[in-house]
Design a protein around this ligand. Structure first.
Ligand code: PLP
Length: 424
């Protein structure tokens, strides 16, 4: 085992590692097939759009006639199976990107229906779900409704139909990834069923998908199965670990135009925006993204196999169909969760010497512990894990720029937990 030339891993754990790797092989093959497909899709989009070295230059000021920016947005649209896109370094986060898309499309008195239960934490304040927060959609008079998930965590198609029949909704909103919930992630097939359900009853309703963590996990993207608009973060999948910040929105041309008026100004839209030298890394990141997503998926599958073999509850399981790069491992005790994160941190390329401790974070009821030794602050396409210190003491982990290094990171998380249990 190569890993033992550089790190101290117990023999018993190395045995489990070998078994876990063997268990993963068939799934890894499948992942490699999807990676190759998506890599070729991206390559073709670069070639078809005539990407040139001259597009990597710097624009300043208004950024008029920035060919690099314009073509990047065409390439991204092709990669997402969409008509057009906005892909910018100056989206500050995934939440900001989703916010621009929501405010771009929705108007006062419009109604929005969320089909997938309570959305991701940071989005709840954007809708103004719990209170009319200043600047939220609710503050601007947009009405909110949500259909709860069924007890098994899947969308409730019957209730969605009833809601759509009894009211007229401007937008139906779908969250693809599980976020920090225990519900299953939606696959592209699941999204297709939701889109068909909406369009059958209410063909004019705009279907928007929060595509965070989902890009390049499957061979199709939501716009190819009926979604009108998608958005995501560039420090997750589509930035390929190279984009240092940013986000994208992709979808129908008229909707992208509306979003562009919110991003810049009415009447000006996407014709402006200095790229300040970021274009090269956005192109390179998008080009690398299918491969990096494949590595992150392998890391998630391997962690599922290893911690499953160690007797912990894992979700998804090794052979479950995946719709995102997230792996949840239920560790049962606070000591395990802390050791897991500390062990993973010790295998990071950056800040490996830092020992993470649980901390009270704004907006969270329990202390949270995080492992993140990344080149890009907060990047979750790089190997990272976190979890709140409350039962069942689950760690949500994701990312891994390359499997060889992320494999070591996951093994070190397990090693630290085992040492801690043995009282070493
Ligand atoms: C990451 C994520 C977001 C956006 O989060 P940011 O931290 O603002 O980038 C939104 N929805 C889901 C499901 C996510 O996983």
């Amino acid at each position: 085992m190569n890993v033992n030339n550089f790190f101290n891993i117990d023999n018993s754990l190395l045995e489990l590692d070998k078994k876990a790797l063997a268990e993963c092989q068939a799934v890894f093959k499948e992942i490699e097939g999807t990676t190759e497909y998506n890599q070729l899709k991206v390559l073709k989009a670069f070639i078809d759009n005539g990407v040139s070295e001259s597009y990597f230059t710097h624009s300043t000021g208004y950024g008029y006639d920035d060919r690099g920016r314009e073509i990047l947005e065409k390439v991204m649209a092709d990669c997402m199976g969409a008509e057009d896109s906005l892909m910018r370094h100056n989206f500050v986060s995934g939440t900001h990107t989703l916010t621009v898309a929501l405010f771009g499309v929705l108007r006062p008195k419009d109604k929005v229906l969320v089909l997938t239960g309570r959305p991701y934490d940071t989005i709840t304040g954007v809708f103004g779900i719990d209170e009319k927060t200043d600047g939220s959609l609710r503050d601007f008079g947009v009405e909110y409704a949500q259909v709860e998930l069924k007890p098994d965590g899947t969308p409730d198609i019957e209730e969605i139909k009833k809601a759509l029949q009894s009211n007229s909704y401007k937008m139906a909103y779908i969250q693809r990834s599980r976020g920090y919930s225990t519900r299953p992630t939606l696959t592209i097939d699941d999204i297709e069923v939701l889109c068909k359900t909406v369009k059958e009853i209410s063909p004019d309703t705009v279907i928007m998908v929060d595509n965070c963590y989902g890009e390049f996990v499957e061979r199709k993207e939501p716009c190819e199965v009926g979604a009108d608009l998608i958005a995501g973060s560039l420090i997750k999948n589509p930035g390929g670990g190279i984009a240092s910040t940013g986000g994208y929105i992709a979808g129908k041309k008229d909707l992208i135009e509306k979003c562009s008026y919110r991003l810049t100004c009415a009447g000006v839209g996407k014709e402006v925006g200095a790229t300040l030298g970021h274009s090269r890394e956005l192109y390179l990141g998008l080009f690398s993204a299918p491969h990096v997503v494949g590595e992150a998926l392998k890391t998630a599958v391997y962690a599922s196999a290893l911690f499953g073999a160690l007797g912990y509850n894992v979700s998804p399981k090794v052979t479950d169909k995946r719709g995102d790069i997230i792996q949840c491992v239920t560790l049962n005790t606070p000591e395990n969760l802390v050791a897991f994160c500390q062990g993973m941190q010790s295998g990071a390329p950056v800040d490996a010497f830092v020992v993470p401790e649980p901390w009270d974070m704004p907006g969270y009821t329990d202390p949270v512990i995080m492992a993140a030794g990344a080149f890009t602050a907060g990047a979750s396409i790089e190997l990272s894990a976190d979890g709140p210190l409350r039962p069942p003491y689950a760690a949500w982990m994701q990312g891994g720029l390359n499997f060889h290094s992320a494999h070591a990171g996951v093994l070190l998380a397990a090693q630290k937990m085992m040492s801690q249990i043995k009282g070493e």
